[in-house]
Design a protein around this ligand. Structure first.
Ligand SMILES: Cc1cc2nc3c(=O)[nH]c(=O)nc-3n(C[C@H](O)[C@H](O)[C@H](O)COP(=O)(O)OP(=O)(O)OC[C@H]3O[C@@H](n4cnc5c(N)ncnc54)[C@H](O)[C@@H]3O)c2cc1C
Length: 388
């Protein structure tokens, strides 16, 4: 069976890996001209995430590329340390830059890749789907899977407009690389003015640094392909907020990659329609602050490919089983993502002062492990079947 996957992020290559192992023939179409390198560090935690990565044979490579981050310190506008957050309170079992993860998963696939292209039309009949592309000629596939992220084109074509499914959680996020001019050694600094957060942390074993910006805002109207416009939005939002912000923003204009998106979730009643199904952020984004998006994507890929194999390729059986296996699990990650996004960028001076104080005390509080434990419980709340 020929299966077309839209999106070579995390979910797409993970699915292609499993489909190939189960004897299917995957093709991936990716709108970017090459693998996208941007983003922050992403976490995997708990038995389910690690077990899927181990079975894929990529866990060791992910460990070799892990960030190895230590504590994150919160600082005042003048750079004075206010508090320090040990890595084990927030980080998962293994943390890796999203771009590095995407590369490791890409290397683990044996699939046809069509870079720099996108699906423009899907016409389904009893025997398959006729797919039209922006550049490639029309082709037939047995099934089409949308693993094309928060702003999925497959979702728009098969289920309807993004506004019906994407819930903005009141925060926007940006990330880009810069020189490690602060000399950070497997560590990071964060500054939290009201309604905003700026963090700079060392990456790729101190050879570079990453800047992360979060700011509270209503949904913003901008062109997702217009990076310059997004950079201007960020520069305006952070003008004059103090600490290292203006220096980091000065580096932004020449940064080799720039990631900008809203912190948002995808909520859908169903993830498949006929021969088309959705996977990862396209179907159930828990939001990028949840720390669960990549874990959900790899577990979802394992389950979707496994159910297709178990059903002998019959999507009418496999797609509902995939939804049934993943629905509650994804819901748990979304619940936790909603809570985190409310906490990370509090509005108003009072809430910000409270949170800064709480962060200062947290490493010494008796219940400090509760947050890490609760994230782990959410990540482990699925029993994985063995698909042979
Ligand atoms: C550049 C980038 C940086 C990110 N940084 C972070 C981060 O720092 N922290 C975090 O928690 N999450 C980040 N994410 C999201 C995170 O990767 C996902 O939440 C998670 O890994 C689930 O992966 P996914 O494969 O479902 O979606 P994604 O990783 O978003 O991958 C979707 C892929 O589909 C491609 N695509 C989009 N539209 C089309 C189309 N029309 N046709 C073909 N391909 C298309 C995209 O270019 C992308 O490669 C980032 C995503 C991207 C794309």
């Amino acid at each position: 069976m020929n299966i077309l996957i839209s999106g070579a992020g995390v979910a797409g290559p993970a699915l292609a890996h499993w489909l190939r192992r189960h004897g299917f023939n995957p093709t991936i179409v990716e709108t970017a001209p090459a693998l996208r390198d941007g983003g922050h560090a992403v976490d995997f935690r708990g038995k389910a995430h690690l077990s899927v990565l181990r079975q894929m044979g990529v866990l060791d490579e992910i460990r070799r590329n892990q960030t190895g981050m230590g504590a994150m310190s919160y600082v005042s506008a003048t750079g004075k340390k206010i508090s320090s957050m040990p890595a084990d309170l927030f980080a998962g079992d293994v943390e890796i830059l999203r771009g590095d993860l995407s590369r490791v998963l890409f290397d683990a696939t044996d699939a046809e890749y069509l870079f720099g292209d996108t699906i423009t039309g899907l016409a389904e009949d009893a025997h398959g789907v006729t797919v039209t592309f922006e550049r490639a000629p029309v082709r037939r596939f047995d099934l089409v899977i949308g693993a094309d992220g928060l702003h999925s084109t497959v979702r728009a074509l098969a289920f309807g407009p993004e506004t019906d499914y994407v819930r903005h959680l009141g925060v926007h996020c940006a990330a880009f690389p810069l020189d490690n001019y602060l000399g950070l050694d497997h560590t990071g600094l964060a500054y939290r003015p009201p309604g905003k957060l700026v963090a700079i942390y060392s990456a790729r074993h101190n050879t570079e640094a990453r800047a992360m910006f979060l700011f509270g805002s209503p949904p913003l109207a901008y062109d997702r392909r217009d990076v310059m416009q997004q950079k201007k939005i960020l520069a305006e939002a952070f003008e004059g907020v103090g600490w290292e912000t203006s220096r980091a923003l000065a580096a932004m204009w020449d940064a080799p990659d720039f990631y900008f998106d809203s912190v948002a979730q995808v909520r859908m009643d169903r993830w498949s329609r006929g021969r088309v199904a959705l996977l990862g952020d396209a179907a159930y984004s828990p939001c990028l602050l949840s720390g669960m998006g990549s874990g959900l994507a790899v577990v979802g890929a394992y389950v979707l490919a496994g159910e297709l194999a178990a059903a002998g390729g019959d999507h009418r059986v496999a797609f509902p089983r995939y939804e049934e296996a993943m629905r509650e699990y994804a819901g748990g990650a979304q619940k936790s993502g909603e809570g985190v996004s409310r906490m990370v960028v509090p509005q108003g001076r009072l809430m910000t002062a409270f949170l800064n104080q709480y962060m200062r005390l947290m490493p010494y509080l008796p219940g400090k492990q509760m947050i890490a434990d609760s994230a782990r419980r959410t990540a482990e709340a699925i029993t994985l079947k063995e698909y042979r």
